[in-house]
Design a protein. Structure first.
Length: 408
């Protein structure tokens, strides 16, 4: 699929700082240590009701990872899927009385436009499940050959017993895994499975559902193997960051990693598993199924500048579950106005330490609040005491543009 157009990023003086991120699997903040080419896979949308502020916050967090790595001199290869065929999408299309392809195409177009407006760097590989059916089926065939797959009626399941480390990423106990599997697309109660946690790899053709011919028989892919195949085939095993919201820790990321580690007979799938907190509204997780959505496109249509939305989302820490409020937009508008006034000056106070501070804060598990306060500090000084460095306003402008994706 086409992604979207990349924003220009200014180059910053000096050298970037190595990025440390919290890893769900080891439960600690530790250095990402990419080679010359940093590789990241972030789970993409299921294209209906895109793009709400929860989606935006999640892709924004990984955009900061991308920007920090680039600033530190790495090339970044970024992959992202689009789950453009799956039960929730088909159910929504049916409810709307429209073709599922039309729904997916329209919502993917909205997503692209929103990502571009929010200055999110596009993935090099933006891959729909539908365009990857053959490679996903081939991945299931690998799992069969490894003895890790079995049939239930005509459907194919992955045997979690094939990966002794299954469960290690999330670290949940079995009752919790069973509950989460049931809530998040799994079918722990289906009779005939060897283990209730075994996830679906291939769903055999059903009347009224889309399906594709394959060596496995006609059908469509399961959800976790979609991401395993798309990620491994674009990035290889042992890539640097697997990302998504914390609602994907289990069963999605646990299962994708297990599929890949068994199919490729090597580990790890990813070196860091990084998860964002859930954005909520009045204490409830923002979700398509609940319908309590604030859409980026709605805010934009109401005349809110995308840069204000981006800045508002940056005020919270990416790992915290947190509520969205409209006051966050007011606060962002005020902050942006102060920054704009300060960078519009012909001279200002020295900004080298501001750049260093923004880098240090972001390198520390994306401490965006600290980074914003460093810019606030410079702007306040510029407007109260002033300064005589003619390069400073431009340097601050470039700093917030390159590292935070904000064009004041
Ligand atoms: N297509 C799958 C991933 S392969 C999927 O989860 N799609 S999604 O459209 O439901 O979500 C897309 C991304 O947004 C996921 O990383 C998900 O964790 C994240 N997300 C969904 N709701 C929220 C929310 N309220 N707050 C933060 N992130 C969210
Ligand atoms: Zn995924």
């Amino acid at each position: 699929m086409q992604a979207w157009t990349a924003p220009e990023i200014p180059r910053l003086p000096g050298s970037g700082v190595p990025l440390r991120l919290y890893d769900t699997a080891t439960r600690e903040v530790r250095p990402t240590a990419p080679g010359p080419v940093a590789r990241m896979y972030v789970c993409g949308i299921t294209p209906y009701d895109a793009t709400h502020l929860g989606h935006a916050a999640t892709y924004l967090a990984f955009d900061l990872v991308n920007r920090m790595w680039r600033d530190a001199g790495h090339d970044v290869v970024y992959g992202q899927n689009v789950t453009d065929v799956d039960d929730p999408l088909l159910e929504r299309a049916q409810r709307n009385g429209e073709d599922w392809r039309a729904l997916a195409e329209r919502e993917t177009a909205v997503f692209r436009a929103d990502m571009s407006a929010l200055s999110i760097l596009p993935p090099a590989h933006f891959v729909g499940a539908v365009e990857a059916i053959d490679e996903i089926a081939a991945f299931v065939t690998l799992l069969r050959a490894a003895g890790a797959a079995y049939d239930v009626e005509r459907d194919i399941y992955f045997s979690v017993s094939a990966e002794p480390r299954f469960g290690a990423i999330g670290g949940y106990d079995v009752p919790t895994m069973l509950r989460l599997a049931g809530e998040r697309g799994g079918d722990p109660d289906r009779p005939g499975k060897k283990d209730p946690l075994d996830p679906l790899l291939w769903r055999a053709e059903r009347t009224g559902e889309p399906s594709w011919p394959s060596p496995l028989g006609p059908g469509r892919p399961g959800w976790h193997v979609e991401c395993a195949a798309i990620a491994v085939n674009r990035l290889g095993m042992g890539f640097d960051v697997q990302g998504g919201g914390n609602d994907l820790i289990f069963p999605h990321h646990e299962s994708s990693a297990a599929h890949a580690q068994v199919a490729c007979a090597t580990r790890p799938f990813a070196r860091h598993y990084v998860h964002t907190g859930m954005i909520g509204l009045a204490g409830e997780k923002m979700s398509k199924s609940k319908g309590n959505l604030v859409l980026v496109s709605r805010l934009r249509a109401d005349g809110i500048e995308p840069v204000e939305i981006r800045l508002a989302l940056l005020t919270g820490h990416y790992r915290a579950d947190r509520d969205w409020t409209s006051e966050m937009l007011d606060e962002a508008a005020g902050r942006l106005a102060r920054w704009r006034a300060a960078v519009a000056c012909e001279t200002g106070p020295d900004a080298q330490s501001t750049l260093a501070s923004v880098r240090q804060h972001l390198a520390d598990d994306l401490d965006t609040r600290g980074a914003l306060e460093a810019v606030d500090g410079w702007a306040l000084e510029a407007m109260t005491r002033g300064g005589d460095d003619p390069g400073a306003p431009g340097l601050v402008r470039d700093t917030v543009d390159a590292l935070l994706g904000l064009k004041p």
